[in-house]
Design a protein around this ligand. Structure first.
Ligand code: PLP
Length: 362
């Protein structure tokens, strides 16, 4: 039996999107960000499809260990770094590269003895986001300490992260870049700054390495454009099936709380997906879905396992029909995120294990 709901992942789209990164940043190497199960797309499928990346990045130690245990051999950066001797030892054993973003991490590295030195190292500098990183004033001395450390092998790069790169032309982006360019000039080490928004809109920031996540999945990080506007292809299509069709009378209410009332006799369809699958409850009474290539409205609240659809313009809809939730050019996840009052990152990342995964052959 074919399972539904299902997230269909398209390896060709992933490869196409990586080639778009290369076109946009031809002089940079690419560190593909595949944290959080590759933004909900399935990390092994994505790592395999994007094996032409120069490196990968995940957030945490366990994500890196998982990739190594499944045969992924490219350099892997841990964007959150690690904070204990035991975790540094594990990172070294698995050839993982924990980002250095705290003075205490440097002190620890000066004190402990790792089974082998860490490779492919990066120092995170806080150029303005005030999330993770060493202050720019202390970056050169931190770099010197690391360069002298026995547990660190090879070149150490400088990394920083934009807080506002989705706001094209925002002067804060330029300020962050200026800070990092000044440090690069002093130290002459590789620089890695650009996330997807900066890859797409801020070529001056590309430098030695770019570090995109979202755009690899075919999704644009701006609130007024979808991936298609940048020739990106959605890598996930989320689908389910109609499990019931019935008619209600005018005045009938649909779903918990009776949030939607029929103003005329109405045909209602029930599709098998809900917030228990990761389909956001904030899409209640707002989203549209595709049924037989036609858009129909979600009516009433999203339940744990089901959504209700207005089928008044879809007389022929039948139990068993396929329902597309997102991932078609005319139903981009970016638009649904706007309707839900969130960002597309969240919609794709929270898709649950209960949702089946399959690879598209197209
Ligand atoms: C998640 C993340 C990225 C990728 O950002 P996108 O907006 O998905 O391209 C890059 N760098 C860091 C430090 C991150 O945490």
């Amino acid at each position: 039996m074919k399972q539904f709901p299902v997230a269909t992942i398209n390896p060709a789209a992933l490869r196409h999107n990586l080639s778009r990164v290369r076109q946009l940043a031809p002089d940079s190497r690419v560190m593909s960000v595949i944290k959080a199960d590759a933004y909900g797309h399935g990390v092994l499928t994505v790592a395999e499809s994007l094996r032409d990346s120069d490196a990968f990045a995940v957030a945490r130690l366990n994500e890196g260990v998982f990739l190594r245990e499944h045969g992924i051999e490219k350099p892997i950066v841990l964007l959150e770094g690690v904070n204990s001797e035991a975790d540094f030892i594990t990172a070294a054993r698995y050839d993982l590269s924990p980002l250095i973003h705290l003075h205490t991490q440097i002190q620890l590295l000066q004190r402990i003895k790792l089974p082998k030195p860490l490779q492919f190292n990066w120092l995170m500098v806080d150029s303005g986001m005030h999330r993770l990183g060493i202050s720019p004033e202390q970056a050169t001395s931190a770099l010197s300490l690391l360069q002298a450390c026995q547990n660190i092998h090879g070149e150490i790069g400088l990394m920083s992260h934009f807080a506002n790169s989705d706001l094209v032309g925002d002067p804060r982006n330029e300020a962050q870049l200026e800070t990092m360019l000044a440090l690069k000039q002093q130290t002459d080490v590789p620089l890695c700054m650009a996330n997807s928004a900066a890859v797409l809109s801020y070529p001056q920031s590309h430098k030695d390495w770019v570090r995109p996540g979202l755009m690899l999945y075919g999704i644009a990080p701006f609130d007024d454009k979808s991936g298609g506007a940048f020739d990106l292809q959605p890598a996930m299509q989320l689908k389910t099936r109609l499990i019931a069709v019935y008619d209600i009378e005018a005045g009938g209410q649909v779903g918990y709380g009776g949030d939607w009332t029929a103003d005329k006799p109405t045909r209602v369809g029930v599709a098998s997906i809900g917030y228990g699958d990761g389909y956001s409850r904030h899409l209640s009474n707002k989203a549209e879905v595709l049924l037989r290539d036609q858009k129909v409205a979600v009516i009433g609240r999203v339940s744990m396992d089901t959504i209700c659809l207005n089928l008044n313009d879809m007389e022929h809809a039948q139990v068993g029909d396929e329902v597309v939730l997102w991932g078609q050019p005319d139903l981009p996840v970016e638009q649904l995120a706007t309707l839900a009052g969130t960002i597309p990152y969240e919609l794709v990342t929270v898709i649950c294990q209960r949702v089946a995964r399959e690879l598209s052959d197209g």
